[in-house]
Write a protein of this length. Structure first.
Length: 220
């Protein structure tokens, strides 16, 4: 999915509810860096994962909470025959039209925020050791850093990002480069990181780093 609606803007009051009750961990990285693999490994280790990209998919799938508003705002041409958002067509539109991007965010961000906080509440009540918020555009949102106890950045070279996304999403190099340019720079992400998971080489090494991180977080 294009990363246009996966950076929820949480209200200060709502996220403050969780402060002091449970450690709040952010997990981010550029497109193609391997965030999903790292999040999946943390989940296998017992971490509580709340993935804003998955929520963005849910609300824009057939009969998703955002679909009716998207239809009313952009027209049925931006939906697939299945009723889901046409992500490729919408991605092209919002890269070319800033106003359209803002309109889409106005629809999706409140819904993502609501579901994110609801999931966090459930995990808190279930006795989670810590919460991991997987936010692809965490740095770009400008809202998350002040609420987090720990920021994890999954990092790899720009060339690896491009090759991975081209392979998995069948996008052209120029399309992937455009997405990368619209995201925060590697330097900006790394400047805020408490932990950096290097995913440039063998995935097993990155997963070993992730296991070590989980052990550190659960010892707190």
């Amino acid at each position: 999915m294009a990363h246009f609606s996966s950076a929820p803007h949480p209200s200060t009051l709502d996220l403050n509810f969780f402060k002091g009750k449970i450690p709040l961990v952010g997990l981010t990285g550029g497109i193609g860096s391997g965030k999903s693999a790292i999040a999946s490994h943390l989940a296998q280790l017992g971490a509580s994962i709340i993935d804003s990209d998955q929520i963005a998919h849910q609300i824009t799938d057939p009969n998703g909470a955002a679909i009716e508003s998207i239809r009313n705002t952009f027209g049925a041409d931006y939906l697939l025959d299945s009723g889901a958002l046409n992500r490729q067509k919408m991605r092209s539109l919002i890269f070319a039209d800033t106003q359209a991007k803002l309109q889409l965010e106005a629809i999706t961000h409140p819904l993502i925020r609501q579901e994110t906080l609801q999931q966090a509440q459930i995990r808190l009540e279930d006795g989670a050791d810590y919460l991991v918020f997987v936010i692809p555009l965490l740095i770009e949102s400008g809202q998350w850093l002040k609420h987090l106890n720990h920021l994890v950045v999954v990092d790899c070279s720009t060339e690896n990002q491009i090759l991975r996304v081209m392979q998995r999403s069948q996008l052209k190099r120029a399309e992937v480069e455009q997405i990368i340019l619209a995201q925060a720079t590697r330097a900006a992400r790394l400047a805020h990181a408490n932990t950096v998971i290097n995913n440039d080489g063998d995935l097993a090494l990155a997963l070993a780093q992730t296991t070590k991180l989980h052990q550190q977080l659960t010892r707190r």
